[in-house]
Design a protein around this ligand. Structure first.
Ligand SMILES: Cc1cc2nc3c(=O)[nH]c(=O)nc-3n(C[C@H](O)[C@H](O)[C@H](O)COP(=O)(O)OP(=O)(O)OC[C@H]3O[C@@H](n4cnc5c(N)ncnc54)[C@H](O)[C@@H]3O)c2cc1C
Length: 486
């Protein structure tokens, strides 16, 4: 019997697991995919928003500002790349300048520090490539960017280090209340369905959160999947923007941005279109053309020939317009964390703290662990000084072999990833942990070596190795006469 079972391991589930792992509890995380952070938390803008966007008085407003405050220390302790770069919202007309005033006032009411409206050339002084047609901008120096999947990994890995149990490939298909606890059916294959028992349940299933809620309580909210598409430009374009550059928000959300990433690339997007399938992360000619055209209004000199990847993420848009954080009707101890759309990445640590306090009110005893681990360190060879690189290579020659030349990722770092608390079992899972394949060639050169390393270290037949999600096999058969056992 578990004390708390968390359904879904995006940023919400991971932050919950981390927060709960401070206490003497038996915690289980159930994730339907073969790695954590495979939903919206993998594919978003990576911004820790300052918090002027949500309407004052909403859950989104309070939790965004608090989550952003908590993120800085969390990222520092858990070794997540966090760049406090600041953000600008541009206005191109008198009408839009009124929107900036509104955002400024909302920000002040929400408790966002250091907001300022700047005008004319002061904008170009901060961001020289911003269009001369931008007349004013709301400047929020506190906004930051992170690598979103690494934020999830850091929280989930630390929760695991602190004793939480993570089950991957564990899709929840039924939840039932029996006496004083919940029975949860999970598993991806019909003949491998398990039944798990837990006293408390946290529904952090993103686009599927309404489906999970409806397994245990009368439906009281709807989620509409809404897709946003992106370009990612090569690091050679890094100088084009050193902050997050938004346009004024519209009825569809925060609109198209041009931004630096925590990794030093330039990200451009997203658009917004409702999709029927919450897992539909395709990109489209129409969506990308809209993104490119809209982004050029902010930064006319954008060079899309430097694009190294297109991708999309799917928002879990709630019909309430606000985060749905509630104990499900007639299901004491079953907490929904649903409709966690933007600014969910920013708000996650605060959402987790709120959910834990709801669990406590619902009867979960919280006794702090004395030996809670609140630290995580990764070797990033490329960031070391020459002297430290030499010392490291002398100590362990694996760090002297560069596997990913675009991002300077060594064999040592790939092996570290393969021995990390949540073992990566696909090429992209390794990429998310150490950056091999994230660069200009997108794994064109290093993926054969990464394949060999995964295969050798984890004893996986390369024919069974996946690129990313379950079923994304990369090899069909061996060539040059090598049989399965060759
Ligand atoms: C295009 C886009 C841009 C965004 N930009 C920003 C931004 O810059 N800043 C910001 O703060 N927020 C941003 N957001 C919002 C942010 O990404 C989300 O709020 C956040 O990632 C939601 O996290 P989550 O854990 O709730 O959901 P998810 O990350 O979607 O995680 C849900 C998890 O549940 C799992 N799951 C689903 N069903 C089941 C089941 N039956 N059994 C087991 N597991 C299940 C999924 O596989 C998934 O891993 C953006 C979102 C999008 C889509």
């Amino acid at each position: 019997m578990f004390d708390a079972a968390i359904i879904g391991c995006g940023i919400t589930g991971a932050a919950l697991a981390f927060e709960l792992s401070r206490y003497k509890l038996k915690i289980l995380i159930l994730e339907k995919e073969n790695d954590v952070s495979q939903g919206a938390s993998k594919a978003n803008s990576g911004i820790i928003h300052a918090g002027y966007d949500p309407m004052p008085g909403t859950k989104m407003a309070a939790l965004n500002v608090e989550g952003a405050r908590l993120a800085e220390e969390l990222c520092q302790n858990l070794d997540v790349e966090y760049k406090k770069c600041g953000s600008l919202v541009l206005a191109f007309s008198a009408e839009e300048e009124k929107t900036l005033e509104l955002l400024y006032n909302q920000g002040v009411e929400n408790g966002v520090p250091e907001l300022e409206i700047i005008r004319g050339e002061a904008i170009r002084k901060l961001e020289p490539n911003v269009s001369g047609k931008a007349t004013a901008a709301l400047y929020a120096p506190g906004a930051a960017v992170v690598i979103p999947w690494d934020y999830v990994l850091a929280l989930a890995e630390t929760a695991v280090q602190n004793g939480a149990e993570l089950r991957l490939n564990a899709e929840v298909s039924a939840v039932e209340k029996t006496g004083g606890f919940y029975k949860i059916k999970c598993g991806n294959k019909k003949d491998e369905i398990e039944e798990i028992e837990s006293r408390f349940v946290l529904n952090a299933a993103g686009v599927n959160s309404a489906e999970i809620h409806n397994m245990i309580a009368p439906p009281n909210f709807k989620i509409t999947p809404n897709r946003g598409e992106y370009y990612l430009l090569d690091k050679a374009q890094a100088k084009i923007a050193s902050r997050v550059i938004f346009q004024c928000p519209n009825e569809k959300g925060k609109g198209v941005l041009v931004s630096t990433t925590a990794h030093g690339n330039i990200i451009i997007g997203p658009d917004s279109s409702d999709v029927s399938d919450g897992e539909n992360t395709a990109t489209s000619l129409r969506g990308l053309a809209y993104v490119a055209e809209t982004a050029r209004k902010s930064v006319p000199s954008l060079d899309f020939r430097a694009n190294i990847r297109n991708f999309s993420g799917v928002r879990a848009n709630p019909d309430s317009g606000d985060f749905i954080i509630q104990e499900a009707e007639g299901a004491p101890g079953f907490i929904d964390l649903a409709g966690i759309k933007s600014p969910g990445l920013s708000a996650a640590p605060a959402i987790a703290k709120l959910a834990v306090s709801m669990l406590e009110q619902s009867g979960l005893a919280l006794i702090k662990k004395e030996n809670f681990i609140y630290t995580r360190r990764k070797i990033r060879f490329a960031n070391l000084s020459e002297k430290d690189k030499q010392t490291l290579v002398r100590e362990n020659p694996n760090y002297g072999r560069i596997i990913c030349r675009c991002e300077t990722v060594t064999e040592g770092e790939i092996l570290d990833a393969l021995r990390s608390p949540i073992i990566p079992r696909s090429i992209d899972a390794v990429k998310r942990r150490c950056g091999a394949g994230l660069g200009r060639c997108q794994g064109g050169f290093c993926s054969p070596r990464v394949t060999e390393l995964i295969s050798k270290e984890l004893c996986i037949n390369p024919l069974e190795l996946e690129q990313d999600r379950s079923g994304s096999y990369i090899f069909t058969s061996e060539t040059k006469g090598g049989g399965k056992d060759a």
